[in-house]
Design a protein around this ligand. Structure first.
Ligand code: PHE
Length: 477
C-alpha cells in the first residue's frame, strides 16, 4: 500500500514528457493570462507594467520554475514533503519547508476566488450560448452577439450578475464541482486526461479567434498602449504588481509546480521544459492583450476598470462583428478550458499534501479542500453585493479600496507568492545540495552557472527589494 501522492504517481504519474508539458502549460495558461494580465496592465498604465512583467518572467520566473520542478522531482512528494526530503538529503533544517506551506496555503486561497471568476465565464457561456442558438434557429447564425440589445445593456450584463448572489454562487459551485471531479479522478485519469483534451482545443480556438481579430480589429492603439512604457508610471507598487503577476501567471510558489514536478519521469530534461512552458504562457498573455485592448479602445471603454474588463468589453465588440455571436461563445469556451486546467493544478497542490500528510484517500482530500475553497469563494461573491462595503484589509493603504475578492487576490499575488519564491530561491540557491540540484536541472557548464546566479543572487535580492518597497511605498518618501 503506497502512502504518498507521489508514490501513487510512481504507478500513474505523467505518461510522457508531452503529457507533463500539456499539464504544466495547462496549469500556467488560464485566467491569469486572459483576465488578470489585461486587467492589471489596464489598471497600471500599460507599457511600463508589461515591460517589468516580461523582465520578471525571464529573470525571476523562469529560473524559479525550474527550481520548483527540481525540488518536486528530487523530493518525490507534495510541496512540503518534497522540501523536507531535499533538506534531509542536503543536511539542512527541515524548517525550510515553511515556504512549501506558504505555497500550499496560497494555492488554496487562489483557488477560492479563481473559481468565482471562472464562474463568471460559465455565466457568459450560458448567455452567449442562448444568444447563438437563438440566432441559429432563427436562420441567422452569423449575426453579431446580442445584436438586438443596445451597447449599454450588454456591458451592463456584468452588473446584473454581480448584483445576484444566487447566480454568482451557482456558477461558482458548478465550476468547483468540475475541478473537484477531475482532481478526484487522479493524476493520470483526471488531470492528464483533461489537459490532453482541453489544451490542444484551447490553442486551436485561440489561434482562430486571433486571426479573426487581426482582420477585423485595429491594433495600432493597443500596441502603443502595451509596448510604449511611460516610465513615470513605474512606481514600486506597479513593480510589485508585475512581479506578482509573473508568479501568478507562471503558477509559481503556489504548490502546483513542485507537485507536478514530483510526477515527472527521471529522464525528462527539466530546463528546456520549463523554458517551453514559460514561453507558451507569456505568448498567450501577450496575444490575449492584443486581442482585448483593440476592442477596449474601439468601443471607448476605460482600460482601468478592473476585474470586469474583459466581461464588459468583449461582448460589446462581438456585437458588431459578423459572426460575433458564435465567436463570443467560442471565446468564453476557450477561457473556460484554460481556467479548468489551471484550477485543477491549484487544487492538486493542497490535495497531494492532504494525502501525504494525513493518509487521506484522493477523492476525500479533493472534496474536503475543494469545499473549503468553495466556502471562501462564497465570501468573495457576496463581496459584490451584500458585503459590497467590506474592505478586509482596509487599514493597510495598498489594500484600502480592495473588496473581498481583490483582497485575497492582492494578498496572495503581491505578498504570499513573492515571499514563498524568495525563500525558495534562498533554499535552492544556498541550502540545497549543489550536486543533487545540478543533476536534476539537466543544465551543465555556463548555463548552470547562469541559472544558479539568477536563483542565488538576483531572485532573492530583487524580490526582497520589490516586496519591501511595493508593500511599504512610503519608505521611498
Ligand atoms: N497560472 C494560472 C493562470 O494564469 C493560475 C494559477 C496560479 C494556477 C497558481 C496554479 C497555481 O490562470
Amino acid at each position: 500500500m503506497v502512502a504518498t501522492a507521489s508514490a501513487q504517481a510512481g504507478e500513474q504519474g505523467w505518461s510522457s514528457r508531452t503529457a507533463f508539458i500539456l499539464a504544466a502549460v495547462g496549469a500556467a495558461v488560464g485566467l491569469g493570462n486572459i483576465w488578470r494580465f489585461p486587467t492589471l496592465a489596464g489598471e497600471n498604465g500599460g507599457g511600463a507594467f508589461v515591460l517589468v512583467y516580461l523582465v520578471c518572467v525571464l529573470l525571476i520566473g523562469l529560473p524559479l520554475m525550474l527550481s520548483e520542478f527540481v525540488v518536486g522531482r528530487a523530493g518525490q512528494s507534495d510541496a512540503i514533503g518534497s522540501v523536507q526530503r531535499v533538506a534531509d538529503e542536503s543536511r539542512v533544517s527541515r524548517r525550510w519547508s515553511i515556504f512549501g506551506g506558504i505555497e500550499i496555503l496560497a494555492g488554496f486561497l487562489i483557488l477560492s476566488f479563481y473559481s468565482v471568476v471562472a464562474g463568471w465565464v460559465l455565466y457568459y457561456i450560458w448567455l452567449s450560448g442562448g444568444d447563438f442558438f437563438g440566432n441559429l434557429f432563427a436562420g441567422e447564425a452569423l449575426r453579431g452577439a446580442f445584436s438586438d440589445l443596445g451597447q449599454d445593456a450588454v456591458s451592463g450584463m456584468m452588473g446584473d450578475l454581480f448584483a445576484s448572489p444566487g447566480r454568482l454562487i451557482l456558477v461558482h459551485a458548478l465550476f468547483m464541482t468540475a475541478t473537484i471531479a477531475i482532481v478526484a479522478s487522479g493524476v493520470h485519469d483526471g488531470i492528464e486526461k483533461a489537459a490532453t483534451w482541453l489544451m490542444p482545443a484551447f490553442f486551436f480556438l485561440l489561434l482562430g479567434i486571433t486571426i479573426y481579430g487581426a482582420f477585423t480589429g485595429d491594433f495600432g492603439r493597443a500596441v502603443t498602449f502595451m509596448f510604449t512604457p511611460d516610465f513615470s508610471k513605474l512606481t514600486a507598487p506597479v513593480m510589485n504588481e508585475a512581479l506578482g503577476q509573473a508568479f501568478f501567471s507562471l503558477s509559481l510558489a503556489s504548490g502546483a509546480l513542485i507537485t507536478y514536478g514530483a510526477y515527472v519521469a527521471r529522464d525528462v530534461n527539466l530546463a528546456p521544459t520549463a523554458a517551453t512552458i514559460s514561453l507558451a504562457d507569456t505568448a498567450v498573455a501577450l496575444i490575449a492583450g492584443l486581442m482585448i485592448f483593440p476592442i477596449v479602445f474601439a468601443v471607448g471603454l476605460d482600460p482601468s476598470v478592473g476585474p470586469a474588463l474583459i466581461f464588459q468589453s468583449l461582448p460589446v465588440a462581438f456585437q458588431t462583428m459578423p459572426g460575433g455571436s458564435l465567436i463570443g461563445l467560442l471565446f468564453f469556451v476557450l477561457i473556460f478550458f484554460a481556467a479548468l486546467t489551471s484550477s485543477i493544478s491549484l487544487l492538486e497542490g493542497p490535495t497531494a499534501w492532504a494525502i501525504d500528510r494525513f493518509g487521506l484517500r484522493r477523492p476525500a482530500a479533493a472534496v474536503m479542500l475543494g469545499l473549503g475553497a468553495f466556502v471562501i469563494g462564497i465570501a468573495c461573491a457576496l463581496g459584490y453585493n451584500v458585503w459590497a462595503d467590506v474592505r478586509p484589509l482596509g487599514f493597510w493603504d495598498i489594500f484600502a479600496d480592495a473588496d473581498i475578492l481583490d483582497t485575497i487576490d492582492g494578498f496572495t499575488g503581491k505578498l504570499m507568492l513573492p515571499l514563498a519564491g524568495l525563500l525558495m530561491s534562498i533554499f535552492v540557491g544556498w541550502k540545497a545540495d549543489r550536486r543533487l540540484v545540478e543533476v536534476q536541472t539537466g543544465l551543465s557548464g555556463g548555463l548552470f552557472v547562469l541559472w544558479r546566479f539568477l536563483v542565488a543572487w538576483l531572485c532573492p535580492i530583487a524580490v526582497a527589494l520589490i516586496l519591501l518597497f511595493g508593500l511599504f511605498p512610503q519608505l521611498l518618501g
